[in-house]
Design a protein around this ligand. Structure first.
Ligand code: HPA
Length: 247
């Protein structure tokens, strides 16, 4: 069974037949929402709304540990996370989809490891390649099969939020080598790795990052939501195809 973590613009999966909802309890508290178990494209799937069913939990207050723990506890074989991003690179336009292949973490103050506490052993997971190769390959194959453009590499910068970045911060992220910027990719990806869960992210470009739009205008939430609403159909199609390609 595959897990889908839905981000902004994806609080529900169209065509997803839910058979059971379960509010998980974990040693880290409750996840963002009840886990929804069901079928998509005839395959078993569990869906979790990262920001809660009502989109009420901001990125820095998401209980990432409870979310990942609950999914691991449900015995999922992998996690596909959907997340909106701002684009730093001119060739990634609002509405585009891209699979990040690297991460830079600028978040702070978020509980970001399972390996702490009085009884925990010191542990350092390998994070050289933050995203799972096999899941990325399956998503790329699904995109090719349905003719959806899906960028196959991007460096994802995870910022703290909930505010958007300044133009100078975006310039710095670009100098650091980042292509897209979002607020939820970390510690989500690292926690998945700590639990041994294969993890890949579909980034949906919602806007040009701060200071990067041609008009020079600021970033409006209305525009972001409109772009996301338009792109989620593609995300659905991609995930459905990926699932139906499954053996
Ligand atoms: N910055 C950070 N996170 C985001 C953005 C952005 O411009 N757009 C969507 N999520």
């Amino acid at each position: 069974m595959l897990a889908i973590i839905g981000g902004s613009g994806l609080a529900q999966l169209a065509g997803f037949e839910i058979s059971r909802r379960h509010m998980a309890r974990t040693p880290y508290g409750e996840p963002s929402a009840a886990l929804s178990f069901g079928h998509l494209a005839g395959r078993p799937v569990v869906f979790l709304a990262r920001h809660g069913d009502q989109h009420s939990i901001p990125p820095h207050q998401v209980n990432y540990r409870a979310n990942l723990w609950a999914l691991a506890d449900a015995r999922v074989l992998g996690v596909v996370a959907v997340a909106a991003v701002g684009s730093i690179r001119a060739d990634l336009k609002p509405g585009d989809l891209v699979l990040p292949d690297q991460i830079i973490d600028y978040t702070w103050g978020r509980p970001s490891t399972f390996h702490e506490g009085p009884d925990a052993a010191v542990a350092h997971v390998d994070f050289t390649e933050p995203y799972d190769h096999a899941l990325r390959r399956r998503l790329l194959a699904a995109a090719a099969a349905i003719g959806t453009r899906l960028g196959d590499a991007a460096v994802y910068a995870a910022t703290q939020g909930p505010r958007l970045e300044s133009a100078a911060e975006i310039n710095r992220l670009e100098r650091d080598g980042a292509d897209v910027v979002g607020m939820t990719g970390m510690p989500e990806a690292a926690l998945a790795r700590e639990l041994g869960l294969p993890y890949a992210a579909i980034n949906v470009v919602a806007n040009y990052a701060a200071g990067r739009s041609e008009s020079g205008a600021g970033i409006s939430l209305e525009a972001i939501h409109a772009v996301l609403a338009g792109s989620m159909q593609q995300v659905h199609a991609l995930i459905e195809r990926m699932l139906s390609d499954d053996e």
